[in-house]
Write a protein that binds this ligand. Sequence first.
Ligand code: NAD
Length: 257
Amino acid sequence: MAGRTYVVTGSASGIGAATTALLRERGAKVIGCDLGDADIEADLSTPEGRQELVHQVSAYGPIDAVLAIAGGGKTGLLETNYFGAVATLEGLRPLLARSEAPRAVAVSSTSSLAPVDERVVRACLDGDEAAAVAHVAAEPSIGGTAGAYGIAKRALNRWVRRVAPTPPWAGAGIALNVVASGVVDTPAASWIFAGDEVRTAVESAAPQPFGGFPGRPEWVGELICWLAGADNRFVTGQVIFADGGAEAALIGDRHWH
Ligand SMILES: NC(=O)c1ccc[n+]([C@@H]2O[C@H](COP(=O)([O-])OP(=O)(O)OC[C@H]3O[C@@H](n4cnc5c(N)ncnc54)[C@H](O)[C@@H]3O)[C@@H](O)[C@H]2O)c1
């Protein structure tokens, strides 16, 4: 990682901060982006903030990896977790393509496994932010258990699966993967631990038999670092769950039937 430059969104807290710390410890240069307390302060839930990110990163010079980690519920759920992440990856792709070992990672969630309203997922994948946001605003119960957050993360998984093997990404030598996190101990997840009832409900809905509940943000960060490193020469288009076994416990061998 030494000598490589990483753009990390959501660098001020949680998984983004843990990943930034791991990268810096290992000699990488990190350009952090967040709402505050970062090298680049930009709100990725807005078109202006997304443009500002690309504009400011361009001024830093060459980059080797983009880690789209910013997310959660501080700003619009679809706007941040889907459209902000996709704009980060698409907007920085041309700069990334100049690296000798370009890599990109988006962070999703086990919430992407929850039932979703397909109309909203489709509007996301069509790039129609206004329509996606309008669907959710018109019908707040739209997304089932995980709401608009789960929809945004499902769409993000699907977007990566679609674009990763295409010429602009794999064809340009860029690995693009998703790390889907289970529940880890960060400020964004603190609502889960506020009371025993919620904690027990979340844990029984998505048990994490390996590593425990909650996991640690740096455990997710380790996987992000490997996928975004030059040693990753053969893995792209994957949605990899760093979740203590929750996805395996919920889905079992269904993908392989
Ligand atoms: N903590 C968990 O249990 C968990 C589980 C699954 C997925 N995730 C995902 O992991 C990622 C990191 O979350 P975390 O748990 O570390 O949360 P966190 O709140 O600790 O960190 C998220 C960071 O993203 C930044 N951010 C949020 N909205 C932004 C915006 N519009 N523009 C720029 N920056 C913005 C926040 O300011 C914060 O610093 C998110 O994508 C989240 O959805 C977390």
